[in-house]
Unconditional design. Structure first.
Lengths: 169, 169
DNA sequence: TATTGTTATACTCTATAACTATA
DNA sequence: TATAGTTATAGAGTATAACAATA
């Protein structure tokens, strides 16, 4: 790979190795995994990550408002809105008015959407299982716990640093 | 809502909880972390992730060709090329011709680039340390090992599924 | 006035391929 | 012919703000 000579003679106080640097690793790993999984549902149903997240959320919770979907799946309201519009056009998601508050609506999967969801869930679970194939049961548990801790901590750091903040994809 | 049953051991229905689903978690976590870190060097020096990766690679290895930078930092050659062009324009990176092969050139940090690098490295390391603040030494080691395993496994899965493959950011 | 949700706009990425110059 | 690197182009994705409807 890289047989280049180094001249890292310690001019920098501490050294940073990109390949083991946590933010870099998370980024590369996430993008590899995302590419692998989204490739599957893109190919099967022509949907992207936001649409998948909306379906997964509705599949899990049944009926929700767009705001709740966004809160639960870490997506901005505009992203949710567009994903829902795409899924409605394909008749995978339906909306039912909330008579108590006409600004919002309850969204849910249609029968067709539920069928797609039921088709995709085992594929997604298999994908994740394949990914952790080499890990023991305890390693898997440890991984879950570590990721949960990191996410919580990351959110804390973000909100400390920048008070107002949007979202990501 | 309705626990869909999957084939397998009869006890637990195969449901997918987005918030604990590994690909989702990795994506959200990576984007939180990336947002936090890149916000810092974007604010200080107006550079983005690709530029930062080029600097980190050159800071670590001294002099490299664009191709080797790309291989080491998981970036496509066009992304490396543009990042290098930006860094050259800001006189943070310089190039030296390779007389053995004039198609390529050895890139390295200028003194100014090294100064920026030396400024950013401790900030980046502190950021990563902050992120893992609540973890014990052994948890940190476990995290590193797990991420390395997942990345290797993910790359294997990707290359199995899609023979030709590009890159990510 | 505040909130839910949609739409418009502009901007940034990204992927691809075409291109150059060397080999 | 193949490789290192650059540039062009087009498409996707993103953020922001403006907006409409309702509270």
């Amino acid at each position: 790979m890289n047989g280049r000579a180094m001249e890292g003679d310690g001019r920098s106080a501490a050294k940073l190795e990109l390949e083991t640097f946590l933010p870099y690793r998370l980024n590369v790993l996430a993008s590899i995994v995302s590419q692998g999984l989204s490739g599957i549902y893109a190919k099967r149903y022509g949907i992207g990550v936001p649409e998948w997240r909306v379906m997964a959320t509705l599949g899990q919770f049944g009926a929700m408002t767009a705001k709740d979907i966004g809160g639960h799946s870490h997506m901005h309201k505009t992203k949710v809105s567009r994903a829902v519009a795409i899924l409605e056009k394909r008749q995978m998601v339906q909306r039912r008015a909330n008579r108590q508050d006409l600004r919002e609506a309850f969204l849910s999967l249609t029968d067709a959407g539920r069928a797609v969801y039921d088709d995709l869930v085992p594929v997604a679970l298999t994908f994740a299982a394949d990914l952790t194939e080499g890990l023991s049961r305890s390693e898997r548990a440890e991984l879950e716990a570590l990721l949960a801790k990191l996410m919580k901590r990351g959110l804390t750091l973000l909100s400390e640093h920048a008070a107002g903040l949007g979202d990501e994809g």
